[in-house]
Write a protein that binds this ligand. Sequence first.
Ligand code: 2NL
Length: 347
Amino acid sequence: MEERLKQLQQEATAKVEQSVDLKQLNDVRVAYLGKKGPITEVLKGMGKLSAEERPKMGALANEVRDDITKAIETKQQLLETAEIEKKLTEESIDVTLPGRPVNSGTHHPLTSVIEDIEDLFLSMGYTVEEGPEVEKDYYNFEALNLPKGHPARDMQDSFYITEDLLLRTHTSPVQARTMERREGKGPVKIICPGKVYRRDNDDATHSHQFMQIEGLVVDENIRMSDLKGTLNVFAKRMFGEDREIRLRPSFFPFTEPSVEMDISCKICGGKGCSVCKGTGWIEILGAGMVHPNVLEMAGFDSKKYTGFAFGMGPERIAMLKYGIDDIRHYYANDQRFLTQFGQKEFK
Ligand code: 2NL
C-alpha cells in the first residue's frame, strides 16, 4: 500500500509539472484528489491492515495528499502569472492611437435663447414665473381685457378643451395669476417663458405650438421711459451694443398705449436688405403700459400702481440671431440642425 501511495504521489506531481495551462492542472486535481480518485481507492483497503499499520498508512496518505495539493497550488500560481504576462504582452495598448471623439449633447437653440433672455432679466432683478398650459378662459382672455365677444379672441384661433378651458394662447395668464397672488401689493417684476398654442396651419413662419416670453413690471411711478430703457438694455445685450431701438405705436387689448419695438438691422447696417425688407429695421417685440382694467381685475389699485409689459417670440429672436429661415426646424428634431448650436466637440 505504501508503494502504491508513493507511486501515486510521483505520478501526480509529474503530471502537475507537465501541465501547461490551468485547465490541464484542474484535470490533474480532479483525477488524483477527487472523491473517485485512486488515493480514496487505496484508503478503502485500510480495513485489511493491522491496527499498528493503519495509523501509519493514514498519516502517509494525508502526507501524499498534502504534497500533491501543494504542488498543484504552486503550479497554479506559476500558470496564473504566466497567463497575465501573456495577456499583457498580447494586449498592449497603443497610447499613440487617436482617442475616440466624445459626442456631448447640446442645448436646443430655443432653450439657449430662452436661458439667455432669462439670465438677462434675472440680472435686472426679475424673477421667472411659470403656469399651466391648459388654462381657464378667465385668465387667458377675461383678465387681460378681452371680454367674451371681443374680436381678438376668435374661437377659430384657439384650441378649446371645454367651454371654459383651452390651451393658453399666450403666457399672459401666468402674469395675471402672479399679480392676483400678490394681493394688490407691488412691486411685481417677472418674466414668464413657456409654450403657447394657436390654431394655425404650420408653415415657414407659423407653428400651432411655439414659445413666448413675456415680461411685466408693476409698481408706483412706472412710466413709458422705464419700458423704453429696459427694452434698450435688452436689445443691446441680446443683439450687440451697436444696435439701436425704435418704438412704433401699435395696439394690444391689454396695454394702453401699446408699441412695437424694432432693432436696427446689423446685416445691412441700416441701408436695407432682405431681412429688414429694405427698411433698415427689424421687428422684435410688442409692449406697452398695462391697461388699468388688467391691473384692477388682478386686484391692483390703478390710481396707485402703473406698469409696463412686453411679449416676444423666442423662435423669431433665435431665427434672427442664428439666421434660421424656417420655424419648423425647431420642432423637426433633425440632428443636423440641432447640433449646429453650442456643440462642444472633444477630439
Ligand atoms: C407680442 C406682444 C405683448 C403683453 C404682451 C401683457 C401681459 C399682461 C398685461 C399687459 Cl398681464 N400686457 N403682455 C403686452 C404687450 C405685448 O406681446 O407681440 N408678443 C409676441
